[in-house]
Design a protein around this ligand. Structure first.
Ligand SMILES: [Zn+2]
Length: 267
């Protein structure tokens, strides 16, 4: 049994390596397809918790920004069925789940009603999907649990592995990537990819730095924005995004001159 588990673990490490869009090697034991039921359930749970905001102008604006951004993704990600919903809650928050489900809280649209800052948030969230960060986090948890199990087995002299616990990790409940914070590396990747994506789509990359500047100011306020609970360290990020915005300006200008000028903000 012990040998079997060890073999399974090594096999996982051998076969489950994928490459992220940044070129970084990733451990992906589960695929987005395998996460699909859990992602769908999470989305439905959140939609059941908050009423959906029916506001044609804002829905059109959100759809317009998401469309402009996703059109600049590699073809297989363009083909994903991106869905967006506005949740009627004052929280300044947004998320994207594996499978292309995007949720934006009304509070975020109240706070950042212009297309560029909205594109900064959505570009970041879309990047988490394209990098398969949800699947990677689950895979890392699984590998860590398997490694712990192996260590326990070595100690206990070959008792049965508690494989049910491992499988429960894959079952996931309904928390896939919604409320759990991503790692610093995932956040960095999402910041970088999201800001480049928004530039290519014709949104001003400086808006990403502005957004973080404002969030940093509000961090110590009476009600810090909910997005910050899963996206910490606003000051560092603002500095990084601000430096990269300058480097991305030529790409942004190029998009504008090529006629890529999204006009999503309602009058
Ligand atoms: Zn994030």
């Amino acid at each position: 049994m012990k040998r079997g588990l060890l073999l399974a673990f090594l096999l996982i490490l051998l076969v489950a390596c994928a490459v992220a869009p940044s070129g970084r090697r990733q451990l992906l034991i589960v695929s987005d397809e395998q996460l699909e039921p859990a992602a769908a359930a999470s989305f439905e749970q959140i939609r059941a918790r908050y009423p959906e905001l029916v506001d044609r102008d804002r829905q059109a604006m959100l759809g317009c920004v998401v469309e402009a951004l996703t059109q600049k993704l590699p073809p297989r990600w363009q083909r994903l069925r991106w869905q967006t919903v506005i949740l009627d809650s004052p929280e300044v928050n947004a998320f994207a789940l594996p499978g292309g489900r995007i949720g934006v809280y009304r509070g975020l649209l109240d706070r950042f009603p212009d297309q560029d800052r909205l594109a900064a948030v959505l570009g970041h969230e879309i990047a988490h999907v394209v990098f398969r960060h949800g699947a990677e986090r689950v895979s890392q948890q699984f590998a860590a649990a398997t490694a712990l199990e192996l260590a326990a087995l070595a100690r206990e002299g070959g008792r049965d592995p508690r494989s049910r616990e491992l499988l429960a990790l894959l079952g996931l409940g309904a928390q896939v990537g919604v409320l759990l914070p991503f790692s610093r590396l995932h956040e960095q990747e999402a910041d970088r990819y999201g800001q480049e994506l928004m530039s290519r789509a014709g949104f001003d990359p400086r808006a990403a730095a502005e957004l973080w500047r404002e969030l940093a100011r509000e961090q110590r306020g009476p009600r810090p924005p909910a997005w910050l609970s899963t996206h910490p360290a606003p000051r560092e990020r603002e500095a990084e995004l601000s430096a990269r915005a300058e480097a991305l300006l030529p790409l942004y200008q190029q998009a504008l001159s090529a006629g890529q000028r999204p006009n999503c903000t309602p009058p």
